[in-house]
Design a protein around this ligand. Structure first.
Ligand SMILES: [Zn+2]
Length: 222
């Protein structure tokens, strides 16, 4: 089977860098973005559309209305989003969506099976893997093993960022001149990055760590 890949694209830092890294080598031609009623859905869809256009790949938005109905995570409800990064476990619980990455991967598995895609790429990384079990290499391996039974073409699951933390991921993006201006990493619903939620804090800290001022100004300062 020749290389042809699907990427799970949220429009955030991790999925952008995954796409930039794998686009040519794995012939990424389809991006899937999921709308489960998260506060940032509209922004994520817009950012993913722009990123897909930039890399010249197809983009599909998949709506999961029922997921919004059965979750009470702060990502979709009126509950306050966790701020900062001091209490990762508490934050992880507050933004947990039941079986989210499992669902996303399995849906991608259906697309891979019907469209004959060889790989599915997700932005799981070391930093989030510490608090989210579905952001680990073990999770990716097991999902891949499941595809051996649940699909005919048995797509592989790639996690190119699994050994990198946010500092390293931002470093790759800056070095390879990826379009960070298109990124949408904020959990909130305002059009700009709030600069305070856990996700914003991680991105901002990583940009600072890499000595960047350009993108901090562009993304976080009005
Ligand atoms: Zn934010």
């Amino acid at each position: 089977m020749s290389n042809k890949s699907i990427i799970l694209l949220s429009g955030g830092l991790d999925s952008l860098v995954c796409l930039g890294l794998c686009k040519d080598e794995y012939n990424v031609s389809l991006a899937l973005t999921f709308d489960y009623g998260q506060k940032s859905a509209k922004k994520e869809i817009e950012a993913s559309a722009k990123i897909s256009e930039y890399y010249n790949i197809s983009h599909k938005v998949i709506k999961l209305n029922w997921l919004e109905e059965i979750t009470n995570t702060a990502l979709v409800s009126d509950k306050e989003l966790p701020q900062g990064i001091d209490k990762p476990e508490e934050s992880a619980k507050a933004v947990w969506v039941p079986n989210r990455n499992g669902l996303f991967l399995n849906i991608a598995g259906s697309f891979a099976d019907s469209g004959n895609y060889s790989h599915i790429i997700i932005g799981a990384n070391k930093e989030e893997g510490e608090t989210f079990p579905d952001n680990t290499e073990e999770f990716a391996k097991r999902a891949e093993a499941l595809f051996e039974y649940s699909t005919l073409n048995k797509p592989k699951v790639l996690v190119p960022l699994i050994n990198y933390d946010k500092n390293a991921i931002v470093n790759i993006a800056l070095k390879k001149l990826m379009p960070l201006e298109l990124v949408q990493s904020c959990y909130g619903e305002e059009s700009k990055h709030c600069g305070r939620c856990e996700s914003c804090t991680r991105l901002k800290n990583a940009l600072k760590h890499n000595g960047d001022t350009h993108y901090i100004k562009l993304l976080f300062e009005n």
